[in-house]
Design a protein around this ligand. Structure first.
Ligand code: SAM
Length: 283
């Protein structure tokens, strides 16, 4: 979303702990990292291609300091490794991965990013197409696939939800993880219709870590959620502090106070990636 859904996932403000030197455990970074909402300026908008600008700047301009969704899109292009560190820490509930069919021929994923889900899909499908518009994200994903068992099963291609570069009925499973929203620039009616066009009759379209459940339910999607406590698994305590300062600034004080690398999702104020909405197309 952008990680377009991210702002909508924000819950009530978590309790704020003091971010002073006195409370900072050893290993925490010294200075605060610049939060996502202040990280980029209008001067960065030039990174968008014409195609990207038509979706993310439909009025012709925008300000990432007033539009978090736009800031996410800039992140994907300007600091994709930073996004990858976050996505690596926000691991999907094992129930989601287990729910996916484990032996299908053709899978299409849209908004694949740096491959949080793609790297699971190559163990489940013989032929995976990962559609991703942001070139810097594609490069990271291609690098990961080149080093992975079964990496050759995936092909990474440029494309957008509303114009998928894939034939009708060409996949048994069509998925998007933390990428689809009802907004036109990030899916919308056209994007959902495109995912269903690409899916064969009797195949399954699945939106992982969905927002806007009512919108999907009204279009025939069934909701599934997997229970249990979930934490964001940062690489280290220093990573937890740095990434919280960028992505969850309201929770950064509490992350410092906790002094651990594992931080419950509720502390960060976001819903855990424990759910999905799916539809089996008429056969
Ligand atoms: C939050 S990231 C999720 C990436 C990955 N699926 C994951 O789970 O980490 C959202 C992704 O959707 C992509 N995206 C944004 N707008 C899109 C569009 N209109 N069509 C397809 N993908 C889009 C972004 O480039 C980004 O890679």
């Amino acid at each position: 979303m952008a990680r377009p859904e991210a702002p909508a996932r924000e819950g009530p403000e978590p309790p704020k702990g003091p971010a002073t030197a006195d409370t900072r455990p050893r290993g925490a970074p010294a200075g605060p990292a610049l939060e996502l909402g202040r990280r980029y300026t209008t001067a960065d908008l030039g990174v968008f291609t014409t195609e990207e600008a038509s979706r993310f700047l439909p009025q012709g301009s925008g300000d990432p300091q007033n539009d978090l969704i736009l800031a996410w899109e800039l992140l994907y292009r300007l600091e994709p490794e930073l996004y990858d560190r976050l996505a690596g820490a926000e691991r999907l509930h094992p129930g989601i991965v287990g729910w996916l069919p484990c032996d299908v021929d053709r899978i299409a994923e849209v908004g694949a990013g740096t491959g949080r889900l793609t790297m699971e899909l190559i163990g489940r499908g013989q032929h995976v197409v990962a559609v991703e518009p942001a070139r810097p994200m594609r490069l990271i994903l291609e690098r990961k696939l080149a080093a992975a068992d079964h990496g050759h099963r995936a092909r990474v291609v440029h494309g957008f939800f509303d114009q998928l570069p894939l034939p009708d009925d060409s996949a048994d499973l069509v998925v998007a993880c933390s990428a689809f929203t009802p907004a036109a620039g990030h899916g919308g009616e056209t994007g959902l219709a495109e995912m269903e066009r690409v899916c064969r009759p009797g195949g399954c379209v699945a939106i992982l870590w969905p927002n806007h459940l009512g919108w999907l339910a009204a279009r025939g999607y069934t909701y599934v959620s997997f229970p249990g406590p979930m934490s964001v698994e940062f690489g280290s305590y220093a990573d937890a502090v740095e990434l919280a300062e960028v992505f969850f600034p309201r929770a950064a004080g509490e992350v410092r106070r906790l002094g651990r690398r594992m931080v419950p999702f509720e502390v960060l104020g976001i819903n855990p990636p424990r759910d999905l909405a799916f539809k089996v197309l008429a056969g």
